[in-house]
Ligand binder design. Structure first.
Ligand SMILES: *Cc1c(COP(=O)(O)O)cnc(C)c1O
Length: 371
């Protein structure tokens, strides 16, 4: 059996940058809790994406939670959320006892449909915050979305967990809204084994998030708390891995793009195959190469054929409005996200793949049209 090919697995630098920073933390005994790696990782990431401030946290989910809290979202409030996303986008809305309203995608971006968003504002003018996701590293149509959100004077949180290294019209995704969040989970384009970052151009907002993330300790020698606290900070060891990974982010984006273009060149002529939309204003990070199949060969056939060869692939995220847990919440839109889910597949996008791997994958997939 060939060695397993993963959808997207951790890929440390060849140069050993990550170990160097982790070793520094050991050598200085800055194992916990915070320390130089955390401070520097925040600065380096903020500089990379062009944001004024950043807070390193234990996960992307924690970052979304604190962004919602910062937006003042609480009991019974309405929050708009794309339906086509990973559940981690929506779960923190429930942590705050608020009410998600799910918004459909459009075909042009696979992301939040501006028309459906407008319709949602008509239905829920009292909405407190809007979460926008940049799915698989493709940017949402930010000009249109920001224009609508500004008109309604609502807080915008960008879930850029999947789009680190991706730009919309030359501006980094995650820096358009009031808050942006990134994830360094194991399958993301760079990883710290687990972690997240909250960014904002408003340094006060970030400082407040750091305060909540360290148990909301008031400025006092004795332990005093005037607010509910959380244990959401990133550790100095984990931040060391992040600093090393950030150095190879551009290389990873380049390889992800290469993988996408390889598949597109080899497979897009097949009838019914359509690749994820790369708009001319978009410079995605191509985190996962995805396509839809509209014909005899179904996504499941492709996934099964690849799995037989020990190669991992996945369906497109199952929309939140179709999830048993979220079924009671409202949905605005038509059947675009549902259709993408039914016809979509994420191809192996691991940056450690060689051309030999890619050729093998393409051959297996093409074989399904020959039977
Ligand atoms: C991975 C992911 C998250 C959550 O990030 P964690 O660091 O795993 O908590 C949130 N939103 C989206 C869209 C993601 O893909």
């Amino acid at each position: 059996m060939n060695e397993r090919i993963f959808l997207s697995s951790p890929h440390m630098s060849d140069e050993g940058y990550e170990m160097k920073y982790v070793k520094e933390a050991f050598d200085t005994n800055w194992i916990a809790p915070l320390g130089e790696n955390v401070n520097e990782f925040e600065k380096e990431l903020a500089a990379k994406v062009g944001s004024k401030a950043a807070a390193a946290l234990s996960s992307g989910t924690a970052a979304i939670h604190l962004a919602l809290k910062g937006a003042g979202v609480g009991e019974g409030d309405v929050v708009f959320c794309p339906t086509l996303t990973f559940s981690a986008t929506a779960n923190p809305i429930i942590y705050q006892n608020a009410k998600p309203v799910f918004i459909d995608s459009n075909h042009e971006t696979w992301n939040m449909c501006p028309k459906a968003l407008e319709e949602a504002f008509e239905r829920y003018p009292e909405v407190k915050a809007v979460i926008v996701v940049h799915l698989y590293g493709l940017s949402a149509d930010m000009d249109k979305i920001m224009e609508i959100c500004k008109k309604h004077n609502v807080v915008v949180i960008e879930d850029a967990a999947e789009s680190l290294g991706g730009y919309y019209k030359g501006q980094h995704t995650g820096t358009f809204g009031d808050y942006g969040i990134f994830s360094f989970n194991g399958n993301k384009i760079i990883t710290t084994s687990g972690g997240g970052m909250l960014v904002s151009n408003d340094e006060k907002k970030v400082a407040k998030a750091r305060f909540w993330a360290t148990q909301s300790r008031d400025q006092a020698r004795h332990y005093q708390h005037s607010e509910l606290g959380f244990n959401y900070r990133m550790s100095n060891i984990v931040a060391g891995i992040g600093r090393g990974q950030l150095k190879v982010l551009d290389q990873r984006v380049e390889k992800k793009k290469y993988i996408f273009e390889f598949y597109k060149r080899e497979l897009s002529d097949i009838e019914g195959v359509q690749f994820m939309p790369v708009n001319d204003w978009d410079e995605p990070n191509y985190w996962l190469s995805s396509m839809t199949l509209n014909g005899q060969v179904r996504p499941n056939d492709v996934m099964e054929a690849l799995e037989k060869e020990n190669i991992e692939s996945r369906p497109i995220w199952k929309p939140m409005h179709m999830q048993p847990f979220f079924i009671e919440y409202d949905f605005v839109g038509t059947d675009v996200a549902e259709e993408l889910f039914e016809n979509g597949i994420c191809l192996p996008s691991d940056t450690k793949m060689t051309d030999v791997d890619l050729k093998r994958i393409v051959k297996i997939i093409k074989g399904l049209w020959l039977d």
